[in-house]
Design a protein around this ligand. Structure first.
Ligand SMILES: C[S@@+](CC[C@H](N)C(=O)[O-])C[C@H]1O[C@@H](n2cnc3c(N)ncnc32)[C@H](O)[C@@H]1O
Length: 217
């Protein structure tokens, strides 16, 4: 999507994707991915997800990357923590202890930025991107993270051809996108009840969320 699309969403508070609590799959499946490893975690397209605090509280250095300055400011204000702000190009960095949000475009990251990263958490990042950008996203993620990086990926699938996020990403597409560089383990699929807030809002039947563990070959 164009950057302007996301800036508008944040300015108009159209952020239905924001959960306001720790994601249940993160809570349930992170230990399977990380074990006792408290290495650095990259959270691409992080919004103001509470998940960042949860990862930080488990002892991980965290780097979130987010286009919207509103999201970065809200995150620390709502968490009632002060952030040191280091203005810069292409990223302004918001920092509290070992938790950083890099305010800028994910596609501007370079390998030196992330040479210490060991883990990635993707919730509503891949599915925020239209089909024609997804391979570019995966290739860039792979290019800027070190070898042996492990990813917890959460996807959403449903019938239809949406023109705005969240997009539907099938399990087959996950294999198409990642199989070349990653070993893929499909950990879980959950059908969303028809009265689930997202399914209800969109009038969807049979939507499902899936969780994958991806290990770089
Ligand atoms: C669907 S939201 C998901 C946010 C978060 N992962 C969550 O679970 O709440 C996608 C986020 O990606 C941000 N975004 C979109 N394109 C981006 C880009 N190229 N670089 C950095 N952030 C981006 C948007 O501003 C938005 O906050």
């Amino acid at each position: 999507m164009e950057h302007e699309f996301w800036h508008r969403r944040w300015a108009n508070k159209e952020i239905g994707f924001h959960e306001g609590s720790v994601n249940e799959y993160l809570y349930r499946h992170w230990p399977e991915l990380a074990g006792k490893d408290t290495g650095a975690v990259l959270v691409p397209l992080c919004g103001k997800a509470h998940d960042l605090w949860w990862l930080h509280d488990r002892g991980h250095p965290v780097i979130g990357v987010e286009l919207s300055e509103i999201a970065c400011k809200d995150f620390f204000e709502e968490g009632e923590e002060k952030a040191m702000v280091q203005p810069g190009e292409p990223f302004t960095v918001f920092r509290h202890e070992n938790l950083q949000i890099w305010n800028g475009d994910f596609f501007q990251l370079v390998p030196d930025d992330l040479s210490h990263v060991k883990l990635v958490y993707d919730r509503a990042a891949l599915i925020a991107l239209p089909p024609e950008i997804r391979q570019q996203y995966v290739d860039h993620l792979t290019a800027v993270t070190p070898e042996n990086t492990r990813i917890l990926l959460i996807t959403l699938d449903y019938e239809g051809s949406p023109t705005s996020p969240p997009f539907n990403v099938s399990n087959d597409e996950v294999y198409e996108l990642y199989a070349e560089d990653y070993q893929i383990e499909h950990l879980h699929t959950q059908t969303l009840a028809n009265d689930h807030p997202f399914a209800k809002r969109k009038g969807l039947q049979g939507a499902s969320e899936s969780v994958f563990r991806l290990t770089r070959r």
